[in-house]
Design a protein around this ligand. Structure first.
Ligand code: ME8
Length: 642
């Protein structure tokens, strides 16, 4: 068994909802690092799972007419099948309703209680049910809403068990001062350290208001707070308190989490561990959040990215590649299918696909598929060799800091270097001139670039790498190779290549756009008009004086094809406005209509006519259609719009 160990976890996901892009993102990232570390000879333990207790699940089950466990049993299958589709190589999958977990949680609760780190008190506060958290008055949003999700808070008073967080404030600060990489990226480290410096309050860790949870040992009126329960999953899978896995993996624990849940992971969790006499994890890495085409994803807007659909439409590997290439792991990013299609066409079809096709085509044409050996390496070849060695090192450094986008950039610059090398060396010319020795070296160098690229992309795109590996005529699987032992020239001995199907066919943009529109329409999604303005305060809106008016006269304006001169009656006065309705409405259609007019616009002259106001109309983006805004019932002229 390898002597180097690596333990990586994802958050365990709530089962009240279907899996979405956020879940996929963390899990794919954890899968990539696991596969990479395995290739580097590590003994890896990669865990994910589901968080099944708590008020959120209880409520959601009630709404769906199910029991909580029925809901959990159903949803967990969605997660498990998504991980299968996305090619996730987790070693364990934990459900917090499993007996092994309940035993561990109770054991830890009892231990902390017996040593005085848990005590009983009363708690009164404002609680956010969806986020399962109390919100201090100082952080509440307007109208007593949750600062994270914006939903209304509920006042709760309950007897509660508390975790003595405050007692460990100093220990935690000491720990962070000596372990600068224990929270990544650095901005999150700073954020947490300053939060701790602001003073920590004991954390309520039980509830009497709900039933769906692990009962407090010896006091069954209380169930254990879902976060206290959930965090312990990271120990349950290691067989806490003792056992081989605790010794092997816990000292190498790393947690990937979203930025919204770092306080639990970087304050509550390490304090629980310190109190238990266990070292906090080596690193908690907080990744950013995805928006969808510029907007926060929400089910009500219908703009939640469905990972099953993405994998089905574009392929699992392209989806995995895009998520990790598009945005640095610690930052927020925007998901757009258009951006994904562009990446598929440029990085995958063009750069990678071309290098493979061109090279294999030449090995086939000039060498009947047998990979030649390099003879004399010229300066250009040596430069490639150095680039390759540097690539391996850079990949290692960036992988260790979870900079997945940088890793991929580095691999792709090697791939681009390969394409450029073909243009520089012009193998077809060497062939024509009969310079076969040089031709062999060039083909061997190209083959080498492809072999290394294939190995390096394997953690990100396992299926693609496997297909490439077969085309390269190699035995076994790329993921079974040991990256640490990779040496220039080691792959090419007597290999016979098998040029196969194109890895990533180019996507035709026109066809794609049409298909996307149809897809959106069938889902009832109206294509985002894309011209949102900045948010404004309510006063800004109130400053616009909009009133109901009636069109009382109408005439064309000479030499103005689109404009009408319109007389309107506001009840208290009559005015003239000029409006571009001529192409859409006849005079008869407009005469007598009640409309909405902005009355306090500065008058403006249009084609010599002074327009004193503006009527409101709407049109879909990019289309000529127009619809007038009219009051939906009879209302006196001059009534104000608010
Ligand atoms: O928080 N982009 O579970 P969860 C990126 N059960 N990440 C996103 C995202 C988005 N748009 N939306 C959500 C929980 N996430 C707890 C964890 S661990 C002991 C308990 C991420 O299902 C979010 O940041 O609500 C979080 O890391 C993860 O999805 C799970 O969310």
């Amino acid at each position: 068994m390898p002597s180097k160990h690596f333990y990586i976890t994802t958050p365990i996901y709530y089962v009240n909802d279907i899996p979405h892009i956020g879940h996929s993102y963390t899990t794919i990232a954890a899968d990539v690092i696991s596969r990479y570390k395995r290739m580097c000879g590590y003994d890896v333990f990669f865990c994910t799972g589901t968080d099944e207790h708590g008020q959120k699940i209880q409520r959601s089950a009630l709404e769906k007419g199910m029991t909580a466990i029925e809901l959990a049993d159903k949803t967990v299958e969605n997660f498990k099948s998504l991980w299968k589709v996305l090619n996730i190589s987790n070693d364990d999958f934990i459900r917090t309703t499993e007996q092994r977990h309940e035993i561990t949680v109770k054991q830890i609760f009892e231990r902390l209680m017996s040593q005085g780190d848990i005590y009983k008190g009363t708690y009164e506060g404002w609680y956010c049910v969806p986020c399962e958290t109390y919100v201090p008055e100082s952080s509440m949003g307007d109208g007593k809403t949750c600062p994270d999700c914006g939903r209304p808070l509920e006042k709760m008073t309950e007897e509660s068990y508390f975790l003595r967080i405050s007692k460990y404030e100093k220990d935690l600060l000491d720990y962070y001062e000596h372990n600068l990489k224990s929270i990544m990226p650095r901005t999150r480290y700073n954020e947490i350290v300053s939060f701790i410096r602001g003073g920590l309050r004991d954390q309520s860790i039980s509830r009497t208001s709900i039933k769906w949870g692990i009962p407090v040992p010896g006091d069954e009126e209380h169930v254990i707070y879902v976060w206290f329960d959930a965090l312990i999953n990271y120990l349950t899978v290691c067989g806490y308190p003792d056992g081989d896995f605790m010794n092997r993996y816990w000292p190498e624990a790393r947690h990937f989490v979203g930025k919204d849940i770092i306080r639990f992971h970087c304050v509550v969790w390490p304090i629980m561990l310190i109190a238990l006499g266990i070292n906090p994890p080596v690193t908690v890495f907080a990744h950013g959040w995805w928006t969808f085409e510029g907007e926060k994803m929400s089910k009500s807007k219908g703009n939640v990215v469905d990972p099953f659909e993405m994998a089905d439409l574009y392929g699992v590997d392209a989806f995995r590649y895009f998520l990790l290439r598009e945005v640095p792991f610690g930052l927020d990013g925007d998901f757009s299918e258009m951006a994904m299609v562009q990446r598929i066409n440029s990085d995958l079809a063009n750069d990678l696909g071309n290098l493979l096709n061109r090279t294999l085509q030449m090995i086939k044409g000039y060498r009947e598929n047998v990979v030649p050996s390099a003879t004399t390496l010229e300066d250009l070849d040596l430069e490639i060799k150095t680039t390759m060695e540097l690539t391996l090192k850079e990949v290692e450094t960036n992988m260790d800091s979870f900079a997945f986008d940088e890793v991929l950039k580095t691999i792709w610059s090697l791939i681009s270097r390969g394409n450029k090398y073909i243009d520089q060396t012009m193998p077809w010319k060497l062939g024509r001139e009969g310079n076969l020795e040089r031709l062999d070296t060039v083909l061997a160098v190209l083959y080498e670039i492809l072999s290394v690229s294939c190995l390096l992309i394997a953690p990100f795109m396992p299926e693609t790498a496997e297909k490439m590996w077969i085309q390269l005529g190699q035995e076994g699987k790329p993921l079974e190779q040991n990256l640490a032992e990779y040496k220039w020239g080691s792959q090419m001995k007597n290999a016979t290549v098998n040029k196969g199907n194109i890895l990533f066919p180019r996507i035709d943009m026109d066809k794609w756009k049409k298909e996307k529109e149809e897809r959106d329409m069938s889902k009832g999604i109206i294509t985002d008009p894309g011209d949102h303005e900045e948010e404004v305060e309510i006063d800004y809106f109130k400053n616009l004086e909009m009133r109901v008016a009636q069109i009382v006269s109408i005439e064309g304006i000479p030499k103005a094809n689109k404009l009408y001169k319109i007389g309107i009656d506001l009840g208290y006065e009559k005015r003239t406005i000029v409006s571009g309705l001529k192409e859409n409405f006849s005079e008869e259609e407009l005469l007598g209509k009640k409309i909405i007019v902005v009355c306090n616009l500065k008058p403006a002259k249009l084609r010599g006519v002074l327009s004193n106001g503006m009527l409101l109309a709407a049109s879909p983006k990019g289309k000529e259609e127009l619809a007038l805004l009219t009051p939906d019932r009879d209302i006196p002229l001059g009534s104000r719009v608010s």
